[in-house]
Write a new protein. Structure first.
Length: 585
């Protein structure tokens, strides 16, 4: 959860620092016209525009990303090579690791502090997981090794060569090192590339929140899939506007890339350090890697990350507090939600209605069945939720047919209509109570209530036909097994072959099946009502102060300010009844 919170914080900081650093190039053109305040407001306008178009999805404009980024890397590499040759080619000696030792020996503490700025050269790699939703692992590896790394090495080498002769221009070395005729084309490409880089991090934020939702670690939000081809391309409206607001506030508050960089470095390095820690567990537990290779990984990668982490934490008072505070806030929300989510689920599992209890409820003298079909929505896939017992206890009447439905999303684009509903009958059979799992793909529409109800009834009737004949065949097999046992015990008994009665039995069974189907059809014609539990959670008696704060105050506050369950699941609202119940956790 902490790493997820840091990645979301990264999604706030990346657009701010990327766009602001690109737009800051206007100062190199004219400091008098493009003051710091104007640069900040131009950046804010671009950020608002960037987040406003997220709902259209990246697949609509994604075709332009590759050409723009390709031009960006080619121009960077070309300008870097040009500066390297023109100014001071001797900087190539910097590839000698001996100079690192000399640098730390000569500068001491300041060299260690400078690592907090050096780490910004590799930021962005922590978001590569987001690209897995769009590209293959092999394509990412090839592009990083063949295109990105060589271009960056040429860019930084060229800037180093330029700074050897222009040490006063270190504050804006990137734009100052660009040859005059290429300045404006490079500025346009830089802004477009900053937008694309921000888009990648925003997509990564949406992706990791979607995964957190599946694990019950994030409050309810609406997830919109913007592509029919790629599951990873999602858009979350609530999160989008929260991140936009936070990015704008960060840009207006910090105003410079240096201050945002202090916060950015902490978010990135902390997320990478946590990822490396989990990587060690994966190597040991999942991959069964030789311990020697694990030790080498720790010495070469983790130790370097720890050095960088100590350096970026040094800048905590200078803006580095923001990602820590933001991550702690998100971590608190996610922990509270997940804690109560698990408690609610365990409560429902422990208090679900058994078939015996169901039989007792329906056999009570004051209980009656009324015409109609009721659909109870529940997260439980097995068993009857406790909200049902609460409902019939206060309203001693129930529709003639009851379906307990659980809506599940599958990681595929669409589920065929004939495979969408999975039914199971709840005994005793004469109660006409069924369990149903409704499966959707990420592009399937859920808000069209009439086709949903019609399909559910049709699939229910098909299931009843299949289930009826399975039940009949099972009963006949048991009866014939009993006859064989009786014949073995009484060998002198005259065997009566009743094959001539099979036709009459089959006809009677068909008539009985049609009567059951007629019950379903009649119930659906009378009317379908949708019932959904709306449990209110509270801490049980004797709970400690901490538990009461988490459940009674924090969780209920979060829940009241979030999207309701019926909106998240797109349950038809015309005939929706919400059943309230108190869960003492």
């Amino acid at each position: 959860m902490l790493s997820t919170s840091l990645v979301i914080g990264d999604g706030v900081l990346t657009p701010s620092i990327s766009v602001l650093s690109a737009v800051s190039g206007l100062k190199a053109a004219s400091k008098s016209v493009f003051t710091e305040g104007r640069v900040v407001w131009i950046s804010v306008a671009i950020l608002i525009l960037l987040f406003s178009v997220q709902r259209f999805g990246t697949d609509k404009v994604g075709y332009s990303f590759a050409p723009i980024v390709s031009v960006w890397f080619i121009m960077n590499a070309g300008i870097g090579l040009y500066n390297f040759i023109k100014y001071d080619p001797t900087v190539i000696k910097a590839v000698n690791p001996l100079h690192i030792i000399q640098y730390f020996t000569r500068n001491g503490k300041q060299a260690w502090v400078s690592l907090g700025g050096v780490v910004l050269c590799v930021t962005g790699t922590e978001a590569l997981f987001a690209d897995v939703g769009h590209f293959s692992v092999k394509s990412i590896q090839v592009s990083m090794s063949v295109v990105v790394y060589p271009a960056l090495m040429l860019t930084y080498t060229g800037q180093a060569s330029y700074l050897r002769l222009h040490q006063d221009n270190v504050t804006n070395a990137f734009y100052n090192s660009i040859p005059g005729p290429l300045y404006w084309p490079m500025f346009v490409i830089a802004v477009l590339s900053a937008i694309i880089a921000s888009q990648a991090m925003i997509s990564g934020t949406f992706s990791i929140i979607q995964q957190s939702l599946a694990l019950g670690c994030f409050p309810r939000v609406s997830v919109v899939h913007t592509s029919d081809k790629f599951e990873g391309q999602v858009y979350i409206p609530e999160v989008n506007y929260v991140i936009m607001t936070a990015s704008v506030i960060v840009t207006l508050a910090f105003r410079t890339t240096e201050k945002i960089g202090n916060a950015y470095g902490i978010a990135v390095v902390l997320a990478e350090a946590i990822t490396s820690s989990f990587m060690i567990l994966v190597m040991l537990v999942i991959w069964k890697t030789n311990i020697i290779f694990v030790i080498v990984y720790v010495c070469c990668i983790v130790s370097v990350e720890m050095v960088y982490l100590t350096s970026v934490l040094y800048k905590f008072p200078h803006g580095g507090f923001f990602p820590i505070a933001f991550a702690c806030l998100l971590l608190s929300i996610m922990y509270i939600w997940n804690y109560v989510y698990r408690k609610k689920y365990y409560y429902e599992v422990e208090n679900k209605v058994s078939p015996e209890t169901l039989r007792e409820i329906t056999s009570q003298s004051n209980f009656c069945r009324i015409p109609g079909l009721a659909i109870f929505y529940s997260e439980l896939v097995h068993g009857i939720p406790p909200i049902f017992e609460h409902y019939v206890g206060n309203v001693p009447a129930l529709q003639s047919v009851v379906v307990f439905a659980s809506i599940k999303s599958l990681p595929i684009s669409t589920v065929p209509a004939e495979e969408r509903f999975l039914f199971r009958r709840v005994n005793p059979r004469e109660l006409y109570v069924f369990r149903c799992v409704v499966r959707y793909g990420y592009t399937d529409a859920r808000n069209d209530d009439e086709p949903f109800e019609r399909l559910l009834v049709e699939r229910l009737k098909e299931f009843m036909r299949d289930d009826f004949w399975i039940h009949v065949n099972k009963t006949q097999i048991e009866q014939r097994s009993g006859d064989v046992v009786e014949m073995a015990e009484e060998p002198n008994h005259d065997y009566i072959n009743d094959n001539e009665n099979d036709g009459e039995t089959k006809k009677a069974n068909e008539e009985e099946m049609e009567r059951e189907i007629e019950v379903i059809e009649k119930a659906s014609r009378v009317g379908i009502v949708h019932l959904m539990g709306e449990p209110e959670v509270m801490s049980n008696k004797g709970a400690g102060l901490g538990k009461r704060i988490v459940i009674d105050l924090a969780y209920n506050f979060i829940k009241k300010n979030l999207r309701q369950t019926d909106k998240t699941l797109d349950i038809p609202r015309k005939r929706l009844l919400k059943v309230g119940m108190t869960y003492e956790l």
